[in-house]
Design a protein around this ligand. Sequence first.
Ligand SMILES: Cc1cc2nc3c(=O)[nH]c(=O)nc-3n(C[C@H](O)[C@H](O)[C@H](O)COP(=O)(O)O)c2cc1C
Length: 200
Amino acid sequence: MIINGSPRAPKSNSKEYALIFSKYCNIDSDYYNLSNSNHQELCRRMEEYSDVLFVFPLYADSLPVGLLNILKYMEVNPPVNKPVLSVLINCGFLEYSQNEVAVRMFKLFCKQNKYIVGAVLMLGSGEAILNTPFRFVAVSAIKKLAKSIEIRMYNTVKATMPLPKILFKLAADIYWTKYGRKFGVSKKMMQTMEIESKKL
Ligand SMILES: Cc1cc2nc3c(=O)[nH]c(=O)nc-3n(C[C@H](O)[C@H](O)[C@H](O)COP(=O)(O)O)c2cc1C
């Protein structure tokens, strides 16, 4: 069972990562988007699966709130047959280690609620990597994750773009400045808190 925990699930990078996972995993899988209203349904269905893979982005060094909410639900309403829980987490920054705190939070949840921790994939540069010549790095890491779940030898896999930080920063700067321009937003405007409001 693959659960996409991105708040922008239908258009997310997580969706693409989940699709790549399904393509390379040799065991049958079903894909679900997490929403505010399907926790009960997902938890009920979870009982039918040996493994659950949560695919989600890093948000403020942590788990997106929708994912936290389903974990809370699972805490109070645990499935009778608990599946093994694996994660594929991607973050925007270059370093895959940015995901470490979130992975530790996830493992703590498993420990406190008696779920077996399965495989982990920590992916850096997750917003960008699929649209660059380094796509193969992400695909190869996802293949490893899929294999690890398939043979039930649960591993931790880590991957990111093989670029020096300075180059990554420069490329990101150019990309986001151009992106903002498309919507009439300058770099200076993006550097203010007002970017979060509708004032611009
Ligand atoms: C509200 C918000 C918070 C984020 N926080 C982080 C962060 O703390 N560290 C990081 O590396 N990336 C952060 N990101 C970037 C996302 O993890 C990244 O864009 C990811 O690819 C989004 O995946 P998705 O399309 O599956 O939602 C954040 C993005 C948003 C929108």
